[in-house]
Design a protein around this ligand. Structure first.
Ligand code: PRT
Ligand code: ZN
Length: 290
C-alpha cells in the first residue's frame, strides 16, 4: 500500500514493556506490517495506516501535536505528561500502579507523615499534584531510573514509582503506602481536527479493537443435554444472546451452543453438570461484533 500524507498514523513504544503487546494487538485485528526492526516509520500492508515507533515518553506529545492521530501508551505516561488528548479505550495490558513507597520500619505509616520529606521519583508532576492535594509540602527529587534505591542511598525518605508485582519494592526493603494512580495501556487520540477520511479510519480501527476485546472476554460454549434440562441450563448460562438449541439424533437429547463471559465459565461448570449437561466444550473466539 502506498503511504502518503493521508495515512492514519499510530505511535507505539519502540522497545519496552508495551511494544510486543501493542504489536500483537495490531496483528490480532488483522493489520500486517513488514518489519518493526530498525524502522521508525513502518507502513501497513493492508490498512491505510503507518506506525511510528518511538520512546513511550514522547507518545502523548506527538499525539497532542497531531504528528500521530493515535497513540498506544501507558495511562501513567499520559497522566504524567499532563497533555490534553482523548482517551479512547483502555487495553487491559501493561497494568501497573504509581504508588508512594517507604522503607519498612521507617515509621511512615501514612502519607501524612511525609510532610516536609524528600520524595524521589520519575513522576514529578503526579507526585507534586498528589501531595499538593493533600496539603503536604515535600521536596521532589527527580530521578530517571532505579528510583527504588534512593532511600538506601539516603537521597530520599520515600519514593513514588511504578509498581506491578511489588517484587522490586520488596527486594529493596520498601513497602507500598498509597496508590496515586492505577494504570493500563490505552489508546489516545489527538484533539486536533482530523480530516473526515482519517476519522473514518479511526472509527473502523476502534471497531476492530472493540471486537477483539469483546472476543477475548468471551468463550463459545457447546454441550449436550437432555431436552427437559434446557430450561434449567438456560437459566444457568449468563448468555450474551439466547442460546442456540439443536436437536440431536439421540432421543430426547439436544446440543446447546452459547457465548459466555470467560470469567463465568468455572463458576457455572458444576451447575451445568448437575443440571445434566455433558460433553461440555469451550472454544476461544477470534473476533466478536455484538
Ligand atoms: O524506553 P522507553 O522510554 O520507551 O521505556 P521505559 O523504560 O520508560 O518504560 P518501560 O518499557 O519499562 O514501561 C513501559 C510501560 O509499561 C510503563 O510506562 C507502564 O505503563 C507499564 N508497566 C507495567 C511498567 C510496569 N508494569 C513495571 N513493573 N513499567 C515499569 N515497571 C517497572 C517498575 O517501576 C519496577 O521498577 O518494573 C519494575 C518491576 O516492577 P515489579 O513491581 O513487578 O517488581
Ligand atoms: Zn519511557
Amino acid at each position: 500500500m502506498v503511504q502518503n500524507e493521508s495515512s492514519l498514523r499510530i505511535a507505539i513504544q519502540k522497545g519496552g514493556r508495551l511494544s510486543e503487546k501493542s504489536q500483537t494487538l495490531l496483528e490480532n485485528i488483522g493489520l500486517e506490517f513488514d518489519s518493526y526492526k530498525n524502522r521508525i516509520l513502518t507502513p501497513c500492508r493492508n490498512y491505510d495506516v503507518e506506525l511510528l515507533l518511538i520512546r513511550d515518553d514522547d507518545i502523548p506529545e506527538y499525539v497532542r501535536d497531531g504528528i500521530c492521530e493515535l497513540g498506544i501508551v501507558g495511562h501513567n505516561v499520559t497522566a504524567e505528561s499532563g497533555v490534553q488528548v482523548e482517551r479512547l479505550r483502555g487495553l487491559g495490558f501493561g497494568r501497573c500502579r504509581v504508588s508512594v513507597a517507604v522503607p519498612k520500619n521507617s515509621g511512615f505509616d501514612s502519607v501524612d507523615k511525609l510532610d516536609r520529606c524528600r520524595i524521589a521519583t520519575s513522576y514529578p508532576a503526579l507526585t507534586r499534584k498528589f501531595f499538593q492535594e493533600k496539603g503536604l509540602e515535600v521536596a521532589i527529587i527527580e530521578i530517571s531510573g532505579a528510583v527504588e534505591i534512593a532511600p538506601t542511598l539516603n537521597v530520599a525518605d520515600a519514593i513514588v514509582d511504578v509498581v506491578s508485582t511489588g517484587g522490586t519494592l520488596k527486594t529493596n526493603g520498601l513497602t507500598e503506602l498509597e496508590i496515586i494512580l492505577e494504570s493500563e495501556a490505552e489508546i489516545i487520540q489527538t484533539r486536533r481536527p482530523v480530516p473526515d477520511h482519517k476519522q473514518e479510519l479511526i472509527d473502523k480501527f476502534m471497531m476492530r479493537i472493540g471486537a477483539r476485546q469483546q472476543a477475548e472476554r468471551s468463550r463459545y460454549i457447546m454441550m449436550n443435554a437432555p431436552s427437559d434440562a434446557v430450561e434449567t441450563i438456560c437459566g444457568i448460562i449468563p448468555a450474551l444472546k439466547s442460546p442456540t438449541v439443536l436437536p440431536l439424533a439421540e432421543n430426547e437429547m439436544v446440543a446447546i451452543h452459547s457465548v459466555i463471559p470467560t470469567m463465568h465459565f468455572w463458576e457455572v461448570m458444576e451447575d451445568l453438570k448437575s443440571a445434566g449437561a455433558s460433553g461440555i466444550v469451550i472454544l476461544p473466539i477470534e473476533n466478536m461484533i455484538v
